[in-house]
Design a protein around this ligand. Structure first.
Ligand code: GLY
Length: 374
């Protein structure tokens, strides 16, 4: 059995797959999205939603350029998703504050501010406490980056899904892809159970699960799951205004008064569960940054699996020897941040062949790939 052939079939309905689907339907393409789990996939729903390339310390070069390009897209994307998808994604340019509690960190952060490269400012202790009065007062000062902020990752993913669906994208949930349909070097679709689903092009946007391409076509995709555990708390009133990015631990204030506290970084395979040890570690980190969190109401803890590539940059674009197939995976700690630009660049590549902006993120940077014969 085969089903109606879309221009593009996207495997994975996390934020990356949904962003690609939305960018494609905006350009008039017909799109089908297949997701093994429920809407939003697994990892995007676990994210904190920080939009903080400075705080994440992305090195100057193609990844930082991509991140800044994507960051600049959020105001218009948020407006479009509200209008077309009916979802307020809670985009906030709250700024991000990196407090320094040791001389060493203060020196490093002050040097970054003094380099004047990214518009971040060094705040004295008094200035930092004026901005965030409930920070632990022993800080030496802080780096403040006013241009960055956060978004609600679940609302962003859901909003992109709604907006894409309203423009005609078809979403199928609980559908697992178990192989590619190939004609020689060309990928012409995917197999799900007994069904062949043909498409003009196939995009693999399955995050930590992208390694399945090795089973499907003998191509190793260099992505490992990197577990991140999160906590949510409530303190009334909300104790911070900006994202606070400590070492360890970060805090993200949500509009509904929830405070997110993240995150562990663990290489434990696909073991997607929250542990008592990490919960204790995160609560301690949060309390050290903002002591009133000792009195916070504990709401929940959960975990997600970041798709980590060897150089922590995404893997985007074609795979030589598998014409008609493209990858959009490996976004590691920055999937939410990079979702708008990934959607736009992938759509331009898939529909208009514009491959150049994707070149720095090619899978071939990790070595040549030789698919098995189709
Ligand atoms: N972007 C934050 C994290 O991955 O924990």
């Amino acid at each position: 059995m085969t089903v109606k052939r879309p221009d593009v079939l996207v495997v994975g309905a996390g934020v990356i797959g949904c962003s690609i689907a939305y960018a494609l339907v905006k350009r008039g393409a017909s799109v089908t999205v297949l997701e093994r789990e429920t809407p939003g996939g697994v990892t995007s729903r676990a994210a904190a939603g920080m939009l903080v390339p400075t705080a994440e310390g992305l090195p100057a070069g193609p990844l930082l350029d991509l991140a800044l390009q994507s960051l600049a897209m959020f105001p218009s994307l948020a407006a479009a998703v509200l209008e077309e998808g009916g979802v307020d994604v809670e985009y906030s340019r709250s700024g991000v504050l990196l407090p320094a509690y040791t001389d060493e960190v203060a020196e490093e952060l002050r040097a970054r501010a003094n380099s004047g490269q990214d518009g971040s400012q060094w705040l004295s202790r008094a200035e930092a406490l004026e901005r965030e009065p409930l920070l632990a007062p022993s800080l030496h000062g802080a780096l403040f980056q006013p241009n960055e902020g956060h978004v609600h990752p679940v609302k962003l993913t859901d909003g992109l899904t709604q907006a894409a669906a309203r423009r005609g994208a078809a979403f199928h949930f609980g559908v697992e892809v178990d192989g590619l349909v190939r004609q020689g070097d060309r990928v012409v679709g995917v197999r799900t159970g007994g069904i062949e689903r043909h498409a003009g092009a196939v995009v693999v946007a399955t995050g930590s699960w992208s390694g399945a391409l090795a089973r499907w076509a003998g191509v190793a995709v260099d992505v490992q799951p990197v577990r991140g555990q999160m906590v949510s708390l409530r303190v009334v009133p909300q104790p911070i205004r900006s994202v606070v990015f400590g070492r360890p631990g970060y805090l993200v204030p949500r509009r509904d008064g929830t405070l997110l506290l993240g995150a562990s970084q663990e290489w434990v395979g696909f073991e997607n569960r929250a542990t008592a040890g990490n919960l204790a570690m995160l609560l301690e980190a949060g309390k050290r940054l903002v002591p009133v969190l000792e009195q916070a109401t504990f709401l929940a803890t959960w975990s997600g699996l970041r798709p980590g590539s060897p150089d922590e940059a995404p893997i985007l674009g074609p795979v030589r020897g598998l014409e008609g197939l493209a990858l959009a995976t490996g976004h590691f700690r920055n999937g939410i941040l990079l979702s708008p630009v990934t959607g736009e660049l992938m759509a331009e590549y898939l529909l208009h062949g514009k491959a150049k902006p994707l070149a720095p993120f090619s899978i071939e940077r990790f070595g040549e790939r030789k698919p098995t014969k189709g």
